[in-house]
Write a protein that binds this ligand. Sequence first.
Ligand SMILES: *[C@@H]1O[C@H](CO)[C@@H](O)[C@H](O)[C@H]1NC(C)=O
Ligand SMILES: *[C@@H]1O[C@H](CO)[C@@H](O)[C@H](O)[C@H]1NC(C)=O
Ligand SMILES: *[C@@H]1O[C@H](CO)[C@@H](O)[C@H](O)[C@H]1NC(C)=O
Ligand SMILES: *[C@@H]1O[C@H](CO)[C@@H](O)[C@H](O)[C@H]1NC(C)=O
Length: 448
Amino acid sequence: MLAVFVVVIVLVSQTAARYTANWTSLDARPLPAWYDEAKVGVFVHWGVFSVPGFGSEWFWWHWQGQQPPDQKCVSYMSKNYPPGFSYPEFAPQFHAQFYNPGDWADIFKASGAKYVVLTAKHHEGFTNWGSPNSWNWNSVDTGPHRDLVGDLGEAVRNRSLHYGLYNSLYEWFNPLYLADKKNGFKTQQFVMHKLLPELYNMVVRYRPDLIWSDGDWEAPDTYWNSTEFLAWLYNDSPVKDTVVTNDRWGAGCACKHGGYYNCADKYTPGQLPKHKWEKCTSVDMLSWGYRRNMKMSELMDLPAIIEDLVRTVALGGNYLLNVGPTPDGMIPPVFEERLRGVGAWLKMNGEAIYASKPWRVQTENTTVPVWYTSKGTTVYAIMTAKPPKLTLQLLGPKTSAATKVTLLGNPNPLPWAPVHPSAGLTVLLPQLPYSPGQAWTLKLDGIQ
Ligand SMILES: *[C@@H]1O[C@H](CO)[C@@H](O)[C@H](O)[C@H]1NC(C)=O
Ligand SMILES: *[C@@H]1O[C@H](CO)[C@@H](O)[C@H](O)[C@H]1NC(C)=O
Ligand SMILES: *[C@@H]1O[C@H](CO)[C@@H](O)[C@H](O)[C@H]1NC(C)=O
Ligand SMILES: *[C@@H]1O[C@H](CO)[C@@H](O)[C@H](O)[C@H]1NC(C)=O
């Protein structure tokens, strides 16, 4: 009777747990478990910026925002477009005529990713869905005439992938935002009449599993009403139990407040952080959005991607790898090839990645660079280069008589010998199989 009573109290107090609109309260929310287990996601930057496809997704700002403007963008426009051509005139050329969300979702699924994050709205302010708060500057009123966000969501979820939405808080050229900025962010016209109504609507309509917030840094979180929004998101929204957020909720929030931490774009810590984090990075090293003039030498190759992924996961992070589709709605085949390569590598080595935890030791470089992950009492040692000889020395693990070593993808136990009585082992490797990512995983049982 008492036990039943206690259980009831625990259940009631759990369902009643509510968050208050302050960081102490919001930061204490446990991250929904799916996120840490997922480890790998695909990031998709798509918008009107994909039409010029020049420089980066920041094209509009570099061309007409920053002072002085980027001369490459200015001369590109004056050489190739009529005088007076304005950025919004790119929108009707955002046709997305080959956009098949099922094809995209098949590629994302084949990459081994467990979640997908699409730009619902980037800094240009154009929404890839029919936002009633973005009149004539959204993908239903102009350009594709289609709900790009909703259609991808259906296809992605149909393949059992989680669906996240990127949302920029600020909009470079929104007159309401510029007015608030002029007032030193003492007024909130933009936040009350544009940002928040749109953001609440987006959450209710698409029920994202993840909100990848961005564009926060010019103003404090109090200007954006971030804590009020997050308290609603965690307490009363339709995704309150599943949604995950990042840390871009106002100047000074990065690496400090919110859900998981991105810190900075492409940030990688040097050692194991205390807080869950995510590395976002892009196959095209120079841009997140599609660039029509990208070159092979500017792309990450597959071994570099796998090394980066392995390092990130060993250090407790998630890896969010970006591709930029064309304005026609195609994932450039070179990006598709990279994503399928990641999937091929994960097919053999995913046991060491998905739902893994960081180990006691994160890395060593005795024979070749090795990154460790763990699952229960099993430890995985991932080599990100081919050892020069068919032996590998590891100094981190402490062996015992019960120690067993195998190579993922090969059922036979491998011979090994201790280096010292208490620590380290030398493993005799088999002929290493072809690995698309040039990384191989040893599975170690019975070690400490
Ligand atoms: C934050 O909210 C919690 C829970 O309601 C409350 O106890 C705490 O005093 C608040 N902290 C601040 C700094 O307002
Ligand atoms: C995906 O769609 C197919 C066809 O409509 C359906 O049979 C299947 O159950 C869906 N799968 C998921 C996971 O929603
Ligand atoms: C924004 O924050 C202010 C001050 O905390 C609050 O009064 C207001 O209700 C909030 N509005 C929304 C839409 O969250
Ligand atoms: C591993 O050691 C080799 C040889 O000392 C060195 O060239 C390489 O940069 C190291 N790699 C890492 C990831 O530390």
